[in-house]
Design a protein around this ligand. Structure first.
Ligand SMILES: Cc1ncc(COP(=O)(O)O)c(C=O)c1O
Length: 404
């Protein structure tokens, strides 16, 4: 029998991808179209410091280049190279994290998130994720056919997590809770009191905490950053850190996870994570040698980065205070502001209009999820002051033109 050729040759993507959204990069595609038409875009959308006036520290580049010259160009051990793992353990100790059961190196925090959620979740289970959220968490949950269980970040309380809301959402299928501190997209830094309450909830309900601390050293107002794992050696916490933001090397795709908690409780899960780490062979080998250089070496670049970011944050805040239709909780960490817009149209329509008319690119609050009825935009305040001021002025002009 001859094989019948189907009518359509279209190869459809899996339906679960319908839930995968990544507004940050999706909008960049629209901006590229405008650039092709010869328009110059002011980009306040992507959190890549190296695309502005920040450079990867020379001692990290030297450590990575040396590793290549020294021949570390084969696969690495699956969990990571020894000097990197030792440096990460020492960093965990400095953060006050005790009871560390495993540390591992990954291709960005992105891969760490993917691996720890894949190793934990059955399709029907859910994870408490912040709202607004960094969208990768939801994207990976969609990939696993697991469910996000969004909890409120409270704008009226400096964007701190609403812990009562968290507890009210827990079901028998809730396995974990995501804490992003300092936060993307709000710039909030969480108080000890909030973190202690979150730990209590996790302890009561047997949840794993995923603590995304990729911005931990980028604290703008000098307060201490508290790693939630340091408050609870008994609770299972996986703390993420990496070279992308604090060490200004996002393109290297180097990050790590620190898994702390009671070994009697977490050992099977640790083994599951290790199994997946072995299955994907290893993270970048030579670039892992930049981890000890980063964690144990000079941090002068952090001071310089924070000083620049503080000035730029202050510019955004001054703008938000003098601009009609805009209000903003002051960011205290990372390099994002999440101003609220008081306008009669959706933030999605707003960002598209702003891009088309004023060539300023920001991400709409809906791209991160936001409370019903509210409208926000996320502004990345990495650009140098002159560019930032120009972009903010254009947003003001756009607002005044449409809502005088
Ligand atoms: C909160 C948060 N987690 C993780 C990531 C991804 O980090 P990486 O470059 O290490 O994959 C980002 C990047 O913007 C982020 O904002």
């Amino acid at each position: 029998m001859p094989r019948t050729i189907p009518q359509t040759h279209e190869i459809l993507a899996a339906t679960r991808l319908e839930h995968v959204r990544y507004a940050i990069r999706d909008l960049a595609v629209l901006a590229e179209d405008l650039t092709r038409q010869g328009k110059q875009i002011l980009p306040l959308n992507i959190g890549d410091p190296v695309s502005f006036d920040f450079q990867t520290p020379a001692h990290l580049i030297e450590a990575a280049a040396k590793a290549m010259r020294d021949g570390y160009n084969g696969y690495a051990p699956s969990l990571g190279v020894k000097p990197a793992l030792e440096a990460i353990r020492a960093e965990a100790e400095r953060k006050g994290i005790r009871n560390v059961q495993s540390v591992f190196v990954t291709a960005g925090v992105s891969e760490a998130i993917d691996i720890v959620m894949t190793a934990l979740l059955e399709p029907h289970q859910n994870v408490l994720t912040p709202l607004p959220d960094y969208p990768l968490y939801d994207a990976i949950l969609a990939k696993l056919s697991a469910q996000p269980n969004p909890y409120r970040l409270d704008e009226s309380n400096d964007w701190q997590p609403d812990v009562e809301h968290i507890e009210s959402l827990i079901t028998k299928d809730t396995r974990a809770l995501v804490v992003i501190n300092p936060n993307n997209p709000t710039g909030a830094v969480y108080s000890r009191d909030t973190l202690e309450k979150i730990v209590e909830v996790a302890r009561r309900h047997n949840l794993v905490i995923f603590s995304d601390e990729i911005y931990a050293k980028l604290i703008l107002d000098g307060e201490p950053h508290i790693s939630i794992a340091s408050l609870a050696p008994d609770v299972p916490v996986i703390t993420f850190g990496g070279l992308s933001k604090e060490y200004l090397a996002p393109g290297w795709r180097v990050a790590w996870g620190i898994f702390s908690g009671d070994p009697a409780v977490i050992t099977p899960y640790v083994q599951g994570i290790h199994k997946l780490l072995r299955a994907r062979l290893s993270a970048n080998h030579p670039l892992q040698y930049a981890i000890p250089a980063a964690l144990n070496g000079s941090h002068d670049h952090v001071t310089a980065t924070v000083n620049k970011l503080r000035r730029r944050r202050d510019l955004v805040m001054a703008w938000s205070q003098r601009t009609r239709h805009v209000s903003c909780v002051s960011p205290r960490g990372a390099f994002y502001a999440f101003p609220r817009l008081d306008i009669p149209e959706s933030d999605d329509t707003f960002v598209r209009g702003l891009l088309a008319e004023a060539q300023v690119l920001v991400v709409n609050g809906g791209g991160f999820g936001q409370e019903e009825g509210t409208r926000h935009i996320r502004i990345v305040f990495l650009p140098p002051e002159t560019i930032l001021e120009q972009a903010l002025d254009k947003i003001t002009t756009y607002l005044e033109k449409h809502w005088p």
